[in-house]
Design a protein around this ligand. Structure first.
Ligand code: GUN
Length: 285
């Protein structure tokens, strides 16, 4: 089998047009969706992601503010900035790019963001709502994966969905979203026994490990759908995923490329969440 590559770029282009049209309709009522992005420290990959988020705001007709803070910024200074943005009516969504400098508590920052403006869906209120299925904001990367599956007509219902990775940002919420759609979900991690066997039993395999080339063809069932969430930089500076793309493409039915796959969808889902935040806040709900 030779896999169909699912283009995050193409799906995103279509979805962003729809976000822009909805933002235009909101602007006609006097509301411009506003996103504040905070970058603390000098992680080069984070700087690229933040730039791409700014560009996406321009493309969708959003108002955006970017705060680039030096690595020495204190936690109190960062929390003060968040408090100011929580109170700013032009700002509907706040995103603080992770990872943070080591002296700043990620949890303190996540807790400081008003849950109504938490377009990452990292606040425990929003995490809890994802558990129950009663959510406004879906974490952007898992939401992007679901949008790709939907676009390709791939229904998780009744399928064995194996998620490799148990992070708060991807693995855990990804599992919940698949479960809400009636998938039978297994979460694997570094201590899973017989990981390759579990992966081989997947109808839908989501790789969110953060290790280049972790998923090899022998771990994939013939005809499986393989979603590569990894963004890894090789020693030569090349961006690659968690999946050995060339060999897995020979076995999978669908596969997402890196770059041009899940990564671009993540940013598109951030735009959807920001639009939703603006709609809800302007309606006073
Ligand atoms: N760092 C890596 N992914 C993300 C994300 O989705 N949101 C934030 N805030 N930081 C990240």
């Amino acid at each position: 089998m030779s896999a169909t590559m699912i283009s995050g770029k193409e799906i995103s282009a279509k979805l962003r047009l729809s976000v822009k049209a909805q933002a235009d309709a909101l602007r006609a009522k006097g509301v411009v969706p506003g996103l504040a992005v905070i970058l603390a420290g000098d992680d080069p990959a984070s700087a690229i992601y933040v730039r791409n988020k700014e560009k996406a705001c321009e493309e969708c007709g959003f108002y955006s503010e970017k705060y680039v803070l030096p690595a020495e910024t204190s936690q109190d200074e960062l929390l003060s900035l968040i408090a100011k943005l929580n109170a700013d009516p032009r700002i509907h969504g706040i995103l603080c790019q992770l990872p943070l400098p080591a002296h700043i508590s990620e949890q303190a920052v996540i807790l400081a963001i008003d849950p109504a403006k938490d377009v990452d869906a990292f606040h425990p209120v929003n995490v809890g709502r994802i558990m129950t299925g009663d959510y406004d904001f879906v974490p952007c990367t898992p939401a992007g994966v679901m949008a790709m599956l939907d676009e390709c007509g791939i229904d998780p219902k009744g399928k064995h969905c194996v998620v490799v990775g148990r992070s708060n940002i991807v693995g855990k919420p990804m599992s919940m979203l698949l479960l809400h759609r009636h998938g039978t979900v297994t979460i694997c991690h570094s201590r899973t026994k017989d990981l390759a066997d579990v992966c081989r039993s997947a109808d839908i395999l989501v790789a969110a490990v953060g290790k280049a080339g972790f998923i090899t063809a022998d771990m994939v069932k013939e005809g499986a759908v393989v979603i590569d969430v990894g963004i890894n930089r090789t020693a030569e500076g090349k961006v690659v995923g968690d999946v050995c793309t060339a060999e897995v493409a020979e076995k999978a039915s669908y596969l997402t490329p890196v770059p041009g796959g899940v990564g671009v969808m993540t940013i598109t889902m951030l735009m959807q969440n920001t639009l939703k935040a603006a709609e809800k806040q302007s309606a006073g709900v």
